[in-house]
Design a protein around this ligand. Structure first.
Ligand code: URA
Length: 428
């Protein structure tokens, strides 16, 4: 006879009680082994979403998910490690320039990433647009690349927090993704198991993010910062705006191209600003305070590290990137100042064009996506291009256009308009 049964644990949470350490350890382990059924875990996830968990429960749940798999160890490396995690947004390609930039400053970056689901893009999907690039690395290849080049972006192996892999897939189809205790424990179990010494969280807030309100984003950030620091990982969080998409592109190949522009010393100002801000936080959290990442963008060393990182995983950093077969230009209907560009609308359009997937086994199109030719605060002229839509399948244009329809505002009286700040707050 086991110590607990699933119905007892579900009922306890359903009725608003705290779960004991022993109940949490048991249910996470039994679910991972298949002794608790998907329908039982779905009911528990919904009870957690509705009733919440206190900090002690979240911490124990996180530890139980870490214990479900392997823990990596980078303590043998010759340099400190720091990682970044974003809670997900539209046009969020920051990991691509950030990992080689921080590595060029002397801190190793082990970025174990995932694929995109829904309207937010996945880092691995973006990098897979580069001809030859491979997402899967063995643990020994990962360690070797970290020592030699300092930056790795690869797929998280099946052994890293397997309880989370199973639970995340279940939450995705049961309307239980948005629970703060489940998001916090999901993200932090993977990052703590990954073995990074320091962690910077980019917690997104706004229409294109999981967290639509600043209060929820702050609660998520504070919960994750506490979980990280309690586990011995120096953790800080930035709350950043995701009501407007980042940069000027959302898609796979087009986001790689924009990231390369940033590494070449150009690129959109907001992408550069956030990349440098997160790099500074990662370096400080890893104890490196005498290097300015802006210098490493300017002197080309971040670009050199990027090329080495792509080559080490079989990619050709100089190869031409795939292009979509078809394009459709949307012209500005009136002249004025763009006062709103909605991240969710743009994310949905890119997804509908084929840049993202509806089910995790679906393929993505490397060339698909949306380019926006103006950002909030920019002047636009009637008849000039506002968006370029890209896809291999022209029948996708109609639904993508529908999602952009209410996704922006142009105001003729908007000359005193100032865009919201990108970095809203810092927690840590
Ligand atoms: N990202 C994760 O890894 N887990 C979540 O629950 C949400 C976003």
């Amino acid at each position: 006879m086991s110590k607990h049964d699933a119905v007892e644990v579900i009922q306890a949470k359903r009725d608003g009680h705290g779960l004991s350490d022993s109940q949490i350890d048991w249910v996470v382990d039994a679910y991972t082994r298949g002794d608790v059924a998907d329908e039982q875990m779905s009911a528990l996830a919904m009870a957690i979403l509705l009733r919440g968990m206190d900090r002690g429960e979240i911490s124990r749940w996180t530890q139980a998910m870490i214990a479900s798999g392997e823990r990596m160890d980078f303590s043998g490396l010759s340099r400190p490690t720091a990682d970044k995690h974003s809670t997900g947004g539209v046009g969020d390609k920051i990991t691509l320039p950030l990992a080689p930039l921080v590595a060029a400053c002397g801190v190793a970056v082990p970025q174990l990433s995932g694929r995109g689901l829904g309207h937010t893009g996945g880092t691995l999907d973006k990098l897979e647009a580069i001809p030859g690039w491979q997402a899967d690395l063995s643990n020994s290849a990962l360690l070797e690349q970290l020592e030699e080049i300092g930056a790795v972006i690869c797929a998280a192996g099946a052994e890293l927090a397997p309880a989370d892999k199973k639970l995340y897939a279940l939450r995705d189809v049961t309307g239980t993704v948005e629970a703060i205790p489940l998001i916090a424990s999901s993200i932090m179990s993977k990052k703590i198991a990954e073995g990074t010494g320091a962690l910077v969280l980019d917690v997104k807030v706004g229409t294109g993010a999981f967290m639509k309100s600043i209060e929820d984003a702050r609660e998520l950030a504070e919960t994750m910062v506490a979980l990280g620091n309690d586990a011995g990982v120096t953790t800080v969080a930035l709350l950043t705006d995701m009501s407007t998409p980042l940069g000027r592109t959302a898609g796979n190949a087009i986001e790689v191209a924009e990231s390369v522009d940033v590494l070449a010393g150009g690129g959109p100002a907001d992408v550069v600003e956030l990349t440098v801000a997160l790099a500074r936080e990662m370096l400080a959290a890893a104890g490196v305070t005498d290097v300015d990442p802006a210098d490493k963008l300017a002197d080309g060393s971040a670009m050199d590290t990027w090329k080495a990182m792509i080559r080490a995983q079989g990619g050709d950093p100089d190869a031409e990137l795939p292009r979509a077969k078809e394009e459709h230009v949307v012209e500005a209907p009136t002249s004025g100042v763009l006062t709103r560009l909605d991240a969710m609308a743009v994310g949905m359009a890119a997804w509908r064009l084929g840049a993202g997937r509806a089910r995790k086994e679906d393929p993505v199109q490397a060339g698909a996506g949306v380019v926006w030719h103006a950002r909030p605060g920019d002047e636009v002229t009637a008849g000039e291009p506002l968006f370029t839509l890209l896809t291999d399948e022209p029948e996708r244009f109609e639904r993508a256009l529908a999602s952009l329809e209410d996704g922006y505002d142009i105001s003729d009286a908007g000359s005193d308009f100032t865009p919201d700040p990108l970095v809203i707050d810092r927690i840590g």
